[in-house]
Design a protein around this ligand. Structure first.
Ligand code: SF4
Ligand code: SF4
Length: 163
């Protein structure tokens, strides 16, 4: 699409600077008293404020947002994962590590003995979810606060992923 040519006002650089400063100043005087009032516990409307008072206030996530992984279960409570290694193979960050074991159910060949995801390395691409033939792994927990003081704390084990 062709770019709209600038009018004279827009070409006069300083006019636009003044307009920008005026807008910012307006937002400041409209919003600052609101933030102070909310800070001391007085309930006021949001007005034109765009700041989210995290963590007290949270913005709703988009339904498709990829958040921390979870492993799904069958109706009997056992993991749906059949340790096929598709997710481990496709993972571009090489952050999934699975050790397979025999499944006691003769109809299912394998199950994961351990299933680790190093969230500190994960790039949240969602390939693991796409690749899974069993709908055994999803990224719909809504958990995005994943910080830890240790590298070890960033590794999610099978019991955490199943819970
Ligand atoms: S989201 Fe992507 S990077 Fe993270 S574990 Fe899945 S495949 Fe690997
Ligand atoms: S792709 Fe699915 S079934 Fe296969 S190992 Fe990963 S989570 Fe398990």
């Amino acid at each position: 699409m062709a770019q709209r040519p600038l009018n004279l006002c827009e070409r006069l650089y300083l006019t636009e600077v003044v307009k920008g400063i005026a807008l910012t100043t307006k937002h400041f005087f409209v919003n600052f008293p609101r933030h102070v009032a909310r800070g001391i516990g007085i309930k006021v409307g949001k007005g034109e404020t765009v700041t989210i008072e995290y963590p007290e206030e949270r913005r709703p996530f988009a339904r498709r947002l990829r958040t921390r992984h979870r492993l799904t279960r069958r109706t009997d409570g056992s993991p749906r994962c059949v340790a096929c290694m598709m997710c481990e193979t496709i993972c571009p960050a090489h952050c999934i590590h699975i050790i397979a074991t025999e499944n006691p159910d003769p109809n299912i060949e394998k199950m994961p003995k351990s299933f680790d995801i190093d969230i500190g390395v994960c790039v949240f691409c969602g390939f693991c979810v796409e690749a899974c033939p069993e709908d055994a792994i999803r990224m719909d927990t809504g958990v995005v606060e994943l910080a830890s003081y240790t590298r070890e704390g960033m590794i999610y084990r099978i019991d955490q992923l199943l819970s």
